[in-house]
Design a protein around this ligand. Structure first.
Ligand code: CP
Length: 311
């Protein structure tokens, strides 16, 4: 079982064997979770702190569940009730948490690079739970695990990532992971929402949904991240849906057995039609959430193996 670092700050830089090891371990945790069993001795005596400077439902809750299922003491720090509100800096918060000898620190922050900065200041293993527009590595792992469970492989698959690519850390992590594992990745969206240097990331760029979805094995929809847009990059939600929202007509261009994904939270009627989001056979959105717990258990497990025994 190999992992190249004490931390998990990004997918970029991981090699295929590192990713495969994480996915294999996560698969075993997915089976354990479905059996209703736990492994509460694995992180017994370890402390995990969830430090979320941005809102979250799925990621924060699944890290909490993952930590508890492995026996860790889990603390959820509510930034809105912390001394950050009194002007404390990220680094002072970090040194305070460090003095409490936390073992695993999960951080979400609006600034790209904040987890990497923190990792230089604390003794704990740091896990990036989403930083600005940079990366969301555990989201890419859970997406890959979900795809692998349905398609049996990642290599050679055509994956269309659609919508607001420019502001999406989910897209960036998925592009790194899927291209590293041999998938053919397309990004599909209006020119205003696709980074000018997208092709440099090894993807094909499409501005037309029907062309971008043609023959795709996986259709991954993304949320319009209005909170990160500095101006009006889309005319209106209605118009965006007309050209880039996933409905039955557009999905018909993908393969008949293609799966539909969305990291959540979803804006129904903006990037995805409800009938597709809730489709009983094509949508795997619920399974993505389930795999999120398994992947986070795998990440905590792998990183805990490198921690010193008696901190
Ligand atoms: N996909 C995702 O990161 O969801 P949350 O913002 O709810 O954590």
């Amino acid at each position: 079982m190999s992992h190249p670092s004490k931390h998990l700050l990004a997918i970029e830089g991981l090699e295929p064997p590192h990713i495969a090891d994480l996915l294999d371990l996560a698969e075993s945790y997915a089976l354990l979770n479905r059996s209703g069993k736990t492994q509460r001795d694995l992180l017994k005596g370890r402390t995990l702190i969830n430090l979320f400077f941005e809102d979250s439902t799925r990621t924060r809750t699944s890290f909490e569940l993952a930590g508890k299922r492995l026996g860790a003491d889990v603390i959820n720090m509510s930034v809105s009730q912390s001394s950050v509100n009194k002007g404390e800096t990220l680094l002072d918060t970090a040194s305070t948490l460090n003095a409490m000898q936390c073992d695993l620190l999960v951080i979400r922050h609006a600034q790209s690079g904040a987890p990497a900065l923190l990792s230089q200041k604390v003794d704990a293993a740091v896990i990036n739970a989403g930083d600005g527009t940079h990366e969301h590595p555990t989201q890419a792992l859970l997406d890959a695990l979900t795809i692998r469970r349905h398609k049996g492989r990642l290599e050679g698959l055509v994956v269309a990532i659609c919508g607001d690519i420019a502001h999406s850390r989910v897209a960036r992590s998925n592009i790194h992971l899927l291209t590293t594992m041999g998938s053919r990745v397309r990004v599909v969206g209006p020119p205003t929402l696709i980074p000018a240097d997208a092709a440099r990331l090894g993807v094909e760029v499409f501005h037309d949904m029907k062309a971008g979805l043609a023959g795709a094995d996986v259709v991954m929809m993304l949320r319009l991240q209005r909170e990160r847009m500095s101006g009006g990059l889309v005319p209106s939600a209605r118009e965006f849906f007309r050209f880039y929202g996933l409905d039955a007509e557009k999905l018909a261009h993908a393969k008949d057995d293609s799966i539909v994904m969305h990291p959540g939270p979803m804006n129904r009627g903006v990037e995805i039609d409800s009938a597709i989001a809730d489709h009983p056979t094509r949508s795997v959105i619920g399974e993505q959430v389930e795999m999120g717990v398994a992947c986070r258990m795998a990440v905590l497990d792998i990183l805990a193996r490198r921690l010193p025994r008696n901190r």
